[in-house]
Design a protein around this ligand. Structure first.
Ligand code: GH3
Ligand code: MG
Ligand code: MG
Length: 351
């Protein structure tokens, strides 16, 4: 199948990239009727498989939200097929049947040999053919080794691609998709084993203003800085992801609301009172602050309801002057939680 894929690709001058290989491998084993229909249509129209067409095929069939699943499916199928192919080649006797035919021929020639010279000739031919067979089988072995290496490399590329879909390239934190999977796992553990957890949503304050002042590229550097700060602060069983543009989300397993509030406030404090300095140029970039909202899982929660309470609390933190953390309790009974409602004393400090 791999050979067929490569031949189909080479016939159409399609570069051997992982993406293109996936598309054409899937096409050659016929596992995706939509993809098959697309490719057949392009072939019928007589269109050229240009870079755009190839990319479009990959994006449409492997690059959407279902990308991960399709990569996994393809990977499994590649494994099964590669195994079949290798087993098949390993057990095939094809390369010896020709040898067997020749042996039979030699037997007849030996029987018919009239003198020692003729016997000698048959033995010499036999040796030559035998050496050739040994050589062929060694070549076949070498070919098998190479094919196995190639398939292992392909497997590694696929695993890397799987990882990459879950990582935000700018901050190197896990991304929203990874978060969606993680919170489902936390929710399951809560429902089935009663393990509680809290959610913190953290958003950089006035980040648009920062970009406007210092440019988008420096803004990107700040996001990377936040990424490394958060991964340092959030370790072990806890989880942090980039949730959106300048928003981050943290899951704290076995951590009640009050403790999660403290964790979030410690992160906020670690930024507060500092100016950001761009080491490369020595340029002072002013202060970066964050606002955060915290919620804790409770009976009857869905992933959405839980995150939405943290988001609402974060909105309240923004409304209360930014650079502070609000817990979801504030949404219910603001007056009964003066210690949480009270604005951070750092709000009034000038640096
Ligand atoms: P607030 O305090 O209310 O959160 O104000 P804000 O300006 O941070 O929020 P707003 O939602 O108005 O704007 C978010 C900004 O974040 C605008 C956008 O340019 C910036 N942003 C989002 N993603 C990126 C990114 O990847 N890189 C950079 N440099 N900026 C980004
Ligand atoms: Mg913001
Ligand atoms: Mg925002």
């Amino acid at each position: 199948m791999a050979k067929k894929t490569l031949m189909m690709m080479s016939k159409r001058e399609i570069p051997l990239f992982l993406e293109n290989y996936l598309v054409w491998f899937a096409y050659s084993i016929g596992v995706n009727p939509d993809l098959d229909a697309d490719i057949k249509r392009i072939i019928q129209e007589g269109s050229h498989f240009s870079e755009e067409v190839n990319l479009d095929l990959f994006k449409r069939h492997f690059g959407t939200d279902t990308r991960l699943k399709k990569i996994e499916d393809t990977q499994k199928k590649i494994q099964v097929i590669m195994k079949d192919v290798l087993d098949g080649i390993l057990h095939t006797q094809n390369f010896t049947s020709d040898y067997r035919d020749k042996l039979t021929g030699f037997t007849t020639q030996l029987n018919d040999a009239k003198n020692l010279d003729e016997v000698h000739k048959v033995v010499t031919d036999l040796m030559l053919v035998t050496v050739a067979v040994i050589h062929d089988s060694e070549q076949l072995k070498e070919h098998l080794v190479q094919t196995t290496i190639k398939s292992e490399n392909l497997q590694k590329d696929l695993e890397k691609a799987q990882q990459e879909v879950l990582i935000d390239p700018l901050t190197q934190l896990l991304n929203r998709k990874a978060f969606d999977g993680k919170i489902r796992t936390y929710m399951k553990a809560f429902r089935e084993e009663g393990v509680g957890f809290s959610v913190v949503i953290m958003d950089i304050d006035h980040f648009k203003q920062f970009n406007d002042l210092h440019g988008h590229l420096l803004g990107d550097q700040v996001l990377r800085f936040m990424g490394s700060l958060l991964s340092r602060e959030i370790k072990g069983k806890d989880f942090v992801a980039r949730y959106g543009g300048e928003e981050f989300i943290i899951l704290l397993s076995g951590t009640p609301l009050e403790m999660a509030h403290v964790v979030a406030d410690n992160i906020r404090k670690s930024l507060d009172g500092f100016q950001l300095k761009y080491i490369k140029t020595g340029q002072l970039l002013g202060k970066i602050s964050v606002s955060a909202g915290v919620s804790a899982v409770r009976e009857g929660d869905t992933e959405e309801s839980l995150v939405s309470r943290a988001d609402d609390a974060m909105y309240v933190a923004k409304q209360s002057g930014r650079n502070n953390v609000k817990s979801e309790l504030y949404l219910l009974q603001p007056k009964e939680h003066p210690e949480i409602v009270a604005p951070s004393p750092f709000e009034f400090l000038k640096i």
